[in-house]
Design a protein around this ligand. Structure first.
Ligand code: SAH
Length: 494
């Protein structure tokens, strides 16, 4: 099995720089022993205009069998002969990927001591893999490489050229060309994607593979449209590892997205302070409406249920009247981002004593939620399946029973006013339902009735005469006069 890497050059940037980048001299043929055989590096051509490096792997099929996972595809795992006679010596697979990382390790890391400026540079690259086992066919090969900036030529290899009726084999000849990548990027793409296409790792995949994948995938895997398939196949479909990797990739993506979102909100708040003319984003209007209602209720100890990435918690912390703020969410990922955004680890002791984040599901009663003045459910109920809603209702209104509960949710009638929203679409992919004003009011009235609360409704955002406001908020207040908020008790004591 082999692959070649070709680059072209100019007198100022000679193609033979490839030798420096790969740490292998173009004038020599070298051999390295790797776990399943021998890897050879040689240069079929090497001058200033054009230079090609070939990596050729001689697989020792017997060693492969001795070490355990030598089964080729296409034969029953126990078929004795298939263990020895299989495609492994000829097809570019995880064995080639391992050889690639062993023989070109500095190049993959983008290190070049002799010419440190080289690894940063993009250059014309052409990679050829004559026999690539491609489970998923030519179409998948394109979906994997094209989003990364490669022009892909993929030619199916016939099963037997003498008998065209037999059709194609599962092998393809692959040529990748690009001018916009560095050599290190190209090698990291191959290191991950060759075994993904082969989809039959020759070794047992353990948890350190997750680290390897994330390291090799840095800069291109988060956000790749086939991220899930790549991750799952790379980790040999071991579900727990795949989930771990997907969560870490999602964190990288969210961390990037979240930074811009935080900036957006901060900018919006600043812009609002500077000029009255600019419209205030709905998220900011909602937050302001919630804070105003909390102040009016006299609450000091507040639960933010389904706190997401913590923007309300952050806003509440700025006002000393809120002496205890607890953010609860079912998503560990959201809480991790909230903690980072609040800079919990760098917070002074006094500030830190006011805030708590914990994981919990609102679909279950939870004694940790008892004894607070107010609870906020901002844009949360629509994320639950309707049949789960009575469970949330009981956990909040029946069990936790704060004196005040604020619930906000989209008003679906307003959706026709969103310019960017196609008719009939929900505002967010994860919304399980969106209610009209009538639907929300009748749900809220029934909840209040069942649990002894009174309820009032507050529009958030422009209250359109025809379709109402974009967000609807219900303010529930516990009916009996016996429950006092912390602030009222303190006022009384003073
Ligand atoms: N309150 C925030 C976030 C709203 S997004 C805001 O107004 O911006 C909805 C949040 O509810 C998500 O963070 C989601 O993880 C959380 N959530 C959904 N179902 C939940 C459940 N059963 N228990 C707790 N949190 C839940």
């Amino acid at each position: 099995m082999f692959l070649t890497i070709t680059t072209t050059g100019t007198p100022e940037r000679p193609a033979t720089d490839l030798g420096y980048l790969l740490h292998k001299h173009p004038g020599k043929a070298q051999a390295f022993s790797v776990s399943y055989g021998k890897a050879h590096v040689l240069y079929p051509e090497a001058d200033a205009q054009r230079c090609t490096a070939a990596l050729l792997l001689e697989v020792d099929a017997v060693a492969l069998v001795r070490r355990g996972k030598g089964k080729g595809r296409g034969g029953a795992p126990d078929a004795a002969l298939a263990q020895y006679v299989n495609d492994r010596p000829y097809a570019a697979s995880s064995l080639l990927a391992v050889a690639l990382s062993a023989v070109f390790s500095s190049a993959i890391r983008g290190v070049c001591a002799a010419k440190p400026e080289l690894p940063e540079q993009t250059r014309p690259l052409r990679v050829e893999v004559p026999a690539l086992p491609a489970r998923g066919g030519p179409e998948l090969v394109r979906r994997l490489f094209e989003p990364l900036g490669w022009a892909v030529t993929v030619a199916p290899v016939p099963l037997d050229p003498r008998f065209p009726a037999w059709g194609d084999s599962r092998y393809v000849g692959l040529v990748l060309e690009s001018e916009s990548l560095t050599l290190a990027e190209a090698l990291r793409h191959l290191y991950v994607l060759l075994p993904v296409l082969d989809d039959a790792k020759h070794y047992w995949v353990s948890s350190d593979e997750v680290d390897k994948l994330l390291r090799a995938g840095e800069g291109w895997l988060p956000g790749h449209p086939e991220q899930k398939l790549i991750t799952s196949r790379y980790l040999s479909r071991r579900w727990s590892l795949t989930r771990q990797a997907m969560e870490r990739l999602e964190l990288v993506r969210l961390a990037e997205a979240d930074d811009s979102e935080v900036e957006d909100i901060d900018n919006a708040v600043e812009a609002e302070a500077e000029t009255e003319e600019k419209p205030t984003p709905l998220a900011v209007q909602r937050r302001d409406a919630i804070i105003a209602a909390l102040k009016a209720s006299g609450a000091a100890r507040v639960l933010d249920l389904g706190c997401g990435q913590g923007s309300l918690v952050q806003a509440l912390l700025k006002d000393p009247r809120f002496t205890e703020i607890v953010g609860v969410d079912v998503s560990v990922r959201a809480l991790t981002i909230a903690a980072r955004r609040l800079k919990l680890d760098r917070m002074g002791e006094r500030q830190a004593s006011r805030v708590q984040l914990f994981q919990g599901s609102l679909a279950y009663t939870d004694t940790r939620l008892k004894g607070y003045d107010a609870a906020v459910l901002s844009e949360v109920i629509e994320h639950l399946d309707l049949p789960r809603l009575p469970a949330l209702e009981y956990a909040v209104f029946g069990s936790a029973r704060p004196r005040t509960v604020l619930v906000t949710t989209p008003n679906v009638e307003y959706n026709v006013r969103w310019e960017s929203l196609p008719a009939g679409h929900a505002r967010h992919g994860d919304h399980r339902f969106e209610w009209t004003r009538e639907e929300f009011r009748s749900w809220a009235a029934a909840v209040a009735e069942r649990h002894g609360y009174e309820v009032a409704f507050v529009p958030v955002g422009p209250d359109d005469p025809e379709v109402g406001p974009p967000t609807q908020m219900a303010v529930f207040t516990l009916g009996t006069a016996t429950t006092k908020t912390t602030n009222e008790k303190e006022a009384q004591a003073a």
